[in-house]
Design a protein around this ligand. Structure first.
Ligand code: PBG
Length: 319
């Protein structure tokens, strides 16, 4: 029988036997970029997160680097949307221009770019619409073009979040054919159709104008399917696998950690951030403690990497 309290007696003792430690190297900060100059737009449901034009984005990244930030995940919000998402793969699109500027200013900063069409399509879906449904194969062609355009701009890792089948293979082939052998793929392999994305859709102006995303994103009731998705994405060439959302899906993270050897990322999504911010604003919870507890739980479940809107604040707290 154990007398467990022995190892809980002092802070030094607890630190000695602590099993999981959240480090500054584990977190990635998402950033939203808009066209134009001198823009810093608030996102009502995500206090503390902004939509920056590239000039001000560089300042925000500099501040992030100064607190120890090493990696960012970038989302673009174009001025013009159409039914082919053409701004998503334009060589001078909003993300492409931003990435070029970031890489010039901060060559060491790890740039991960989200690949999706929802923010670039006038209908807000993650692919090409044919007869009211998202056409998988037509969408693949566009995703390949987006990936190559991001790589040309200097992206280190592309992160497809569209949930089309075979997109990792298609993107890998496109990158390789164009000489981008070293550009990695972080696949949103296990992305559930989730109501926790609500605030993001305000931030990225990417809500579907009709229907929902249930024909391509996963059903949140399913766990075994997550393993199939993840295994297939690894076979297709994904360098890292992501589970999204995070806090409500720790069982899925734990399962994938057990079954895969690939680095595993958890995306603590917009709704998770907004809930904590809202409760903290009312002084109903201790923000810092709740965030560190949540992120440590994600690591304990098996995540190697955590994408969180709290990354900057976390670095200030633990850096
Ligand atoms: C684009 C995309 C979404 C998120 C990341 N990439 C939204 C969606 O699928 O509707 C959500 C991120 C978040 O909520 O923080 N497909």
């Amino acid at each position: 029988m154990g007398r467990f309290r022995r190892l809980r007696k002092t802070d030094a003792m607890r630190q000695l036997v602590r099993e999981t430690i959240l480090t500054p190297n584990d977190v990635i900060q998402p950033f939203f970029v808009v066209e134009g100059k001198n823009k810093k737009g608030m996102i009502a449901s995500m206090p503390g997160i902004f939509r920056h034009s590239t000039d001000l984005l560089l300042k925000a990244i500099e501040e992030y680097i100064n607190v120890g930030g090493k990696a960012g995940l970038f989302f673009g919000i174009p001025e013009r949307k159409d039914n082919l998402g053409s701004q998503a793969y334009a060589s001078r699109g909003v993300v492409q221009n931003a990435v070029k500027a970031i890489k010039k200013a901060f060559p060491e900063f790890l740039v991960i770019t989200d690949i999706c069409l929802c923010g670039y399509m006038d209908h807000g879906h993650c692919g090409v619409i044919e007869d009211q449904v998202v056409d998988n194969e037509k969408t693949l062609a566009l995703l390949g073009k987006i990936a190559v355009s991001h790589a040309e701009a200097g992206s280190d890792i592309v992160a497809p979040s569209d949930m089309m089948d075979f997109r990792v293979r298609h993107i890998r082939e496109g990158l390789d054919k164009n000489g981008f052998l070293d550009v990695g793929i972080l696949s949103y392999a296990v992305k559930y159709s989730s109501s926790f994305y609500g605030p993001f859709r305000e931030a990225a102006d990417s809500s579907p104008q009709f229907g929902d995303r249930k024909t391509y994103q996963m059903d949140y009731a399913n766990q075994r399917e997550a393993l199939k998705e993840a295994r297939q994405d690894v076979m297709e060439g994904a360098d890292m696998i992501m589970v999204k959302p995070a806090l409500a899906y720790l069982d899925v993270i734990a399962l994938l950690r057990k079954e895969l050897t690939t680095p595993l990322a958890a995306y603590s999504v917009s709704g998770e951030y907004s809930m904590i911010k809202a409760a903290a604003a009312k002084n109903w919870i201790n923000e810092k403690d709740v965030v560190l507890e949540s992120l440590t739980a994600m690591k304990r479940a098996g995540a190697d990497i955590i994408i969180t809107y709290y990354a900057r604040e976390v670095l200030q707290w633990i850096g």
